[in-house]
Design a protein around this ligand. Structure first.
Ligand SMILES: NC(=O)c1ccc[n+]([C@@H]2O[C@H](COP(=O)([O-])OP(=O)(O)OC[C@H]3O[C@@H](n4cnc5c(N)ncnc54)[C@H](O)[C@@H]3O)[C@@H](O)[C@H]2O)c1
Length: 434
């Protein structure tokens, strides 16, 4: 099958490389000429484990190409996936669909023969209807179907997730489109990955319902952590005690600095706004978004408290800038808000991340970026662990203690044991534990 992917970011590039690996002929398109130029030169524009070699092998086998030319890519394609960004719009929290609608117009003008336009971007319910309307307006004679196929991959494990999905959701009532979607995902179908065929609007809502629910779990355990701190309890034991209940499950119950990334923050806001617009408010999601919004600043206050209630003219070392491990994505990352708040309180900040320093440089000012965790800790009054990179789980703590000017560690990911850290002579602060 010939596939065009419009938008070659975290989702588009991974999807394109995986579809090519399934045997399809794929063109990944992006309007960002620098990104396409890098990809054509064999350079990955993002860090995602395993992506470089998957792209390289499929390019070599001539199944995967990159282009800025949407017309050439679409006119040959049987399926065109839209994987452009849907960031938060203005002040109402709704998703900004400008990129989706622009892509729809360009696709409409270029499509030839029966074409399935697949929306992979996370979009509010009803967007598929609007994309269909746009295509019909631009190209009244076009033979096409618009399908919703939300993506559930996680950055950091994106290739595994794409190839081993918990489910593939396809929203369409068009039998030709359904058959084509089967064909696109054929290897997964043969592996018996569950396919869920639904109405298009239902598929659009499934994505938001799933992300909203996961974000709720995270926000819930974070507030339980605050309660544990006051109550003299341990949130990790609480989470384990909850998670062993099969009805609850243990995943997404790790207390921390608040969720970030390019999905949960914007998707909770968009879901809450959609619900308001349709007159069916989801107050739980509104509360989740608000709890998470204020949490990152409270984490900065936690650091300040750990430093004796002031960081003025003190140096704070930050380990981890990406919103989670195994990615270079810093969108809505807790580290960004925490660093900004610490700087406002007068702190000098040093920071290290295994992959995200280049991205962080573009949004932070006045930060000294370091080459490793030990150089980062050098002379700092406190070390703050913000991202749970594996490399931070096994630090040489004697070396860290030696480097710090005061032995203070604020572990916002609970990766070390409080009693062990105290034995090593640290003043150790974590989340929801004593
Ligand atoms: N990142 C994730 O983990 C993830 C997971 C599931 C779903 N999603 C959803 O997938 C969508 C894409 O997310 P992402 O993280 O890949 O975004 P991204 O910002 O990494 O990539 C989007 C790309 O689209 C390109 N683009 C925008 N308009 C274009 C146009 N008209 N023509 C061609 N290219 C265009 C941009 O240049 C950019 O490279 C979003 O709706 C997001 O919510 C993301």
């Amino acid at each position: 099958m010939r596939i065009a992917i419009i938008g070659s970011g975290y989702v588009g590039l991974v999807s394109g490389a995986c579809f090519a690996d399934f045997g399809h002929i794929v063109t990944c398109v992006d309007s960002d000429a620098a990104k396409i130029g890098a990809l054509q030169g064999g350079k990955m524009p993002i860090y995602e484990p395993g992506l470089a070699s998957l792209v390289e092998s499929n390019v070599r086998e001539e199944r995967l190409t990159f282009s800025t030319d949407i017309v050439a890519a679409v006119d040959k394609a049987e399926a065109v996936f839209i994987a452009v960004g849907t960031p938060t719009r203005g002040d109402d929290g709704q998703a900004d669909l400008r990129f989706v609608y622009d892509a729809a117009k360009e696709i409409a003008a270029a499509m030839k023969g029966f074409t399935v336009v697949v929306n992979k971007s996370t979009v509010p319910v009803g967007t598929g209807d609007e994309v269909e309307r746009i295509i019909r307006a631009v190209n009244p004679g076009a033979d096409f179907a618009v399908v919703s196929n939300p993506e559930f991959l996680r950055e950091g494990a994106a290739i595994y997730d794409f190839k081993h999905p918990d489910r593939i959701v396809v929203g369409t009532d068009d039998p030709r489109a359904a058959a084509l979607m089967h064909e696109a995902y054929r290897p997964l179908y043969l592996n018996a990955a569950p396919f869920l065929f639904t109405a298009r609007r239902t598929a659009e809502l499934i994505k938001y319902a799933a992300n909203g629910f996961l974000a709720t779990k995270v926000a819930f355990i974070n507030e339980m952590a605050d309660l544990c701190e006051k109550a003299g309890a341990d949130v990790q034991d609480v989470a384990r005690g909850m998670g062993l209940d099969n009805r609850i499950g243990s995943k997404f119950l790790h207390a921390g600095p608040g969720f970030g990334g390019s999905c949960f923050p914007k998707d909770t806001l968009a879901l809450a706004q959609t619900a308001r617009e349709l007159g069916a408010r989801i107050t739980i999601i509104e509360a989740v978004a608000e709890a998470n919004r204020t949490r990152k600043n409270r984490m900065a206050q936690k650091v300040i408290a750990a430093c004796g209630d002031s960081v003025a003219d003190k140096t704070v070392a930050i380990l981890g800038l990406a919103f989670k491990q195994n990615t270079d994505d810093i969108r809505e990352a807790a580290a960004i808000d925490i660093i900004t708040a610490l700087q406002s309180a007068g702190a000098k900040v040093r920071a290290y991340d295994p992959q995200a320093i280049e991205q962080a440089r573009q949004v932070l000012t006045g930060v000294t970026f370091c080459q490793n965790a030990y150089l980062c800790a050098e002379g700092a009054s406190a070390l703050v662990i913000v991202t749970e990179w594996d490399a931070f789980r096994a630090l040489d703590l004697a070396r860290i203690k030696e480097a710090l000017s005061e032995p203070i560690i604020v572990d916002l990911r609970n990766i070390y044991s409080p009693s062990d850290m105290r034995k090593r002579g640290f003043r150790y602060f974590s989340v929801g534990r004593q």
